[in-house]
Design a binder for this molecule. Structure first.
Ligand code: 6PG
Length: 476
């Protein structure tokens, strides 16, 4: 039998670790014939042995893996971001043919995706950079998918992608064509930045309820569970309620108290933050969330300073503190999304992508880590006005900010007086106050720049750039 006659598989997945194997099984569940391959064959063997599926076959030779695929061949890569992706691409280019398609479904940096898109194109193949969110469970039963690449080609991938994607409440698949080259990975990167901010805000609400409200783990679990029945309903609040209820399987009490107070990161949040600085968009909440993880790693220094920097000895928390914290969390969440979506808006201009912000919000409604009922409101906001400059301008969100702002002010003030670090909430408040202030002191900054560097200044009463001969009024 010739190789072409043997080509019966609909799609290949390169990388049989947790995410790759689950994505492959998801495709197999939806009736697609999936070929699985891994650089180390043992990994594939183990997946096939553990999860035998009539639609999934393991391959142990790259050429055979590729030859098993129907033309045009489609291979999804799910390997560690960075150099491994380049190596896999080059090995695939050597065995694939013109017109075949490579889809990188890992958390690749979008600029790498832009470069790889061109590289693969030069070899006559097609490239997709696809953001995938939802962790292991999402990959297996329905992730949110953010494919970027060629618009025409997307149509040929669409049946598979829409079949495996999560479905929102209205039945719509959480997958949409995002834009060319690196657009899909860009959108995933900022999704992760927002995820960092969301997680940091929840962590701050926990600290506040524990230290200002005196809540036990059992009470916290109940509170988050209750919040998950309202406007804060989301995947992250749901798992937080579970976490506080989880007993330690290796000792007494709840597991959360036995976990080291130090969090790692793989880099997507940091990339978002760096990118926002480059694009000149304030995503301070995402940066605050990244820095909070960085600071959490300084365990020894924190221990040391905890004995040397004086803590406040008394503070007051109002009786309604839990409701104030809930409102603060919701309001700060609005700001985090406003910042992330402002970055999307700027990226569309900067990279020439047509980013449909309403569609992007709608594919975050299910499957992904930041899925929340809140996303319905963002979708609606962009449906009403696709040109919305800031999410905070939308009537619904504006009303929420005005309604909840006194709570956010009380909570941030209480945290400051009690010495509880809440960098993301403080940033949210400061972003709101900066947005509503007509006086920021930047006139003084202009004057200083002109004073020491003749950078010129602009006047309130006339057009143009001016330089002033500043006088030294005070001599040392
Ligand atoms: C998702 C997650 C996923 C992964 C992050 C975690 O959307 O499914 O974002 O991509 O969990 O990479 O990132 P950190 O390790 O940086 O927290």
């Amino acid at each position: 039998m010739s190789q072409d006659n043997a080509a019966t598989m609909d799609i290949g997945v390169y990388g049989m670790a947790v995410m790759g194997s689950n994505l492959a099984l998801n495709m197999a569940d939806h009736g697609f014939k999936v070929a699985g391959f891994n650089r180390h064959g043992d990994v594939t063997r183990e997946v096939i042995a553990k999860h035998p599926h009539p639609n999934m076959s393991g391959f142990y030779d790259l050429q055979e893996f590729v030859s098993s695929l129907k033309k045009p061949r489609r291979v999804v890569i799910m390997v560690k971001a960075g150099k491994p992706v380049d190596l896999v691409i080059d090995s695939l280019i050597s065995v694939m043919e013109k017109g075949d398609v490579i889809i990188d479904a890992g958390n690749s940096f979008f600029k790498d995706t832009i470069r790889r898109f061109q590289h693969v194109d030069e070899h006559g193949l097609h490239y997709f950079g696809m953001g995938v969110s939802g962790g292991e469970k999402g990959a297996r039963f329905g992730p949110s998918l953010m494919p970027g690449g060629s618009r025409d080609l997307y149509e040929s991938l669409r049946p598979i992608l829409e079949a495996i994607a999560a479905k929102a409440k209205d039945g719509k698949p959480c997958c949409t064509f995002i834009g060319t080259d690196g657009a899909g990975h860009y959108v995933k990167m900022v999704h992760n930045g927002i995820e960092y901010a969301d997680m940091q805000l929840i962590a701050e609400s926990y600290l506040l309820m524990k230290h200002l409200g005196g809540k036990s783990n059992a009470e916290l679990s109940r509170i988050y569970h209750e919040w998950n029945g309202g406007e804060l309903k989301s995947y992250l609040i749901g798992i937080t309620a579970d976490i506080f209820a989880e007993k330690d399987d290796k000792g007494s009490g709840e597991l959360v108290d036995k976990i080291v107070d130090s969090a790692g990161q793989k880099g997507t949040g940091r990339w978002t933050s760096i990118q926002s600085l480059e694009q000149g968009v304030d995503t301070a909440m995402i940066t605050a969330a990244c820095n909070a993880r960085v600071m959490s790693n300084l365990l020894e220094e924190r221990e040391n300073f905890s004995k040397r920097i004086v803590a406040p000895d008394s503070w007051e928390a109002n009786e309604n503190i839990v409701e104030d914290i809930r409102r603060s969390l919701y309001t700060a969440k609005i700001v985090a999304y406003a910042q992330g979506f402002a970055l999307y808006r700027s990226a569309a201009k900067e990279f020439g992508w047509h980013l449909d912000l309403g569609r992007i919000a709608s594919i975050f409604r299910a499957g992904c880590i930041i899925q929340a009922v809140f996303l319905d409101k963002i979708t609606e906001a962009y449906q009403k006005n696709p040109q919305l400059a800031s999410l905070m301008e939308d009537e619904f969100f504006l009303a929420k900010i005005n309604e909840n702002l006194p709570s956010l002010r009380r909570v941030v003030a209480a945290a400051a007086s009690a010495g509880i670090p809440v960098p993301a909430m403080m940033n949210a408040l400061s972003y709101i106050d900066t947005s509503r202030s007509t006086q920021l002191g930047a006139n003084l900054i202009q004057a200083q720049r002109d004073y020491f560097g003749a950078h010129t200044y602009q006047r309130t009463d006339a057009e143009g750039a001016y330089h002033h001969a500043w006088q030294e009024h005070y001599k040392e």
